[in-house]
Design a protein around this ligand. Structure first.
Ligand SMILES: [Fe+2]
Length: 281
């Protein structure tokens, strides 16, 4: 997820959606952190000493969520989850996931302490490194957690990094975001939200028909959003980068409006064209 902007002195402060909505009782996990040294990547990441309660939380979340995904999650996601061998028995090791992503699309995983300041986040993406937390939500937060935890980062995000077009798009997003200033940062935050976190895609089915499927990590890692996203309560519009860049959103409620891609190639092409027109690539 994106974090707070770092405005130059003559620019207004563009706040992250969390901060705009946060008021006084902002959860400390939602406050972005700046890395003071490079985070461990791949084989340098140690496996934490998880408690049995943590492992049980993973097992519960994994089993409950996976049961929902056939017929709802995109084929690319389901294939990716299999490829990186997400298992339901034990919290996966970030270094193993990193090695499998490296094999598939030359991405790697870094272990980060929480929500990152956007500059650190974009830097890592531009190097094809996905920043992941390695702590899991508390038992009382099974249905909802205000900030990313390992279930969101691993279960939600990592399978999609095996999809070649999506993997390229995400690196290009990081590169473009490093060059963005002012209002462009707000637009990028929206583009991220409505693709990486809350994206839908129309996919070809084995019988030749097409169907709407989910690939956004914010939906796929949330029990409530998966049920909600394909329901009649959501208005779905075709993905058009110029429209999405102007569409605001609210992080605190189930999403009333989502956008649907035709293909991941469309995401690469549209984003590339937009970024170029904005002078970001
Ligand atoms: Fe996320």
């Amino acid at each position: 997820m994106l974090a707070a902007s770092d405005p130059s002195p003559d620019e207004p402060a563009f706040l992250s959606a969390y901060e705009k909505a946060g008021a006084e009782d902002l959860d400390p996990r939602c406050v972005p952190q700046t890395l003071d040294q490079p985070p461990p990547v791949g084989d340098a990441i140690l496996y934490p000493g998880y408690s049995e309660i943590d492992q049980e939380t993973w097992r519960m979340l994994y089993a409950r969520q996976l049961a929902f995904l056939p017929g709802r999650a995109s084929a690319a996601y389901l294939h990716g989850a299999e490829t990186i061998t997400l298992g339901g028995e034990r919290i996966p090791a970030l270094k193993d996931l990193s090695a499998r992503l490296a094999r598939e699309t030359n991405w790697a995983v870094a272990r980060v302490p929480g929500l990152l300041h956007e500059r650190d986040f974009f830097e890592l993406l531009s190097q094809r490194i996905f920043p992941s937390t390695d702590y899991i939500r508390g038992r009382e937060e099974l249905d909802y957690t205000p900030a990313p935890d390992l279930f969101h980062d691993i279960f939600g995000h990592m399978p999609m990094l095996t999809e070649p077009d999506f993997a390229d798009f995400y690196q290009h997003f990081g590169e473009a975001a490093l060059n963005a200033t002012g209002y462009q940062r707000v637009q990028l935050e929206r583009l991220h939200w409505f693709s990486v976190e809350f994206g839908l895609i129309r996919e070809q089915q084995p019988d030749g028909s097409t169907a709407r499927r989910i690939f956004g990590a914010g939906i796929l890692s949330s029990h409530g959003e998966v049920q909600h996203a394909l329901s009649d309560a959501v208005e779905v519009r075709p993905y058009d980068v110029a429209v999405v860049a102007e569409q605001d959103y609210d992080v605190w409620h189930l999403q009333p409006l989502l956008f649907e891609l035709d293909s991941f190639e469309q995401l690469v092409d549209q984003f590339g064209g937009w970024a170029k027109a904005q002078g970001l690539r």
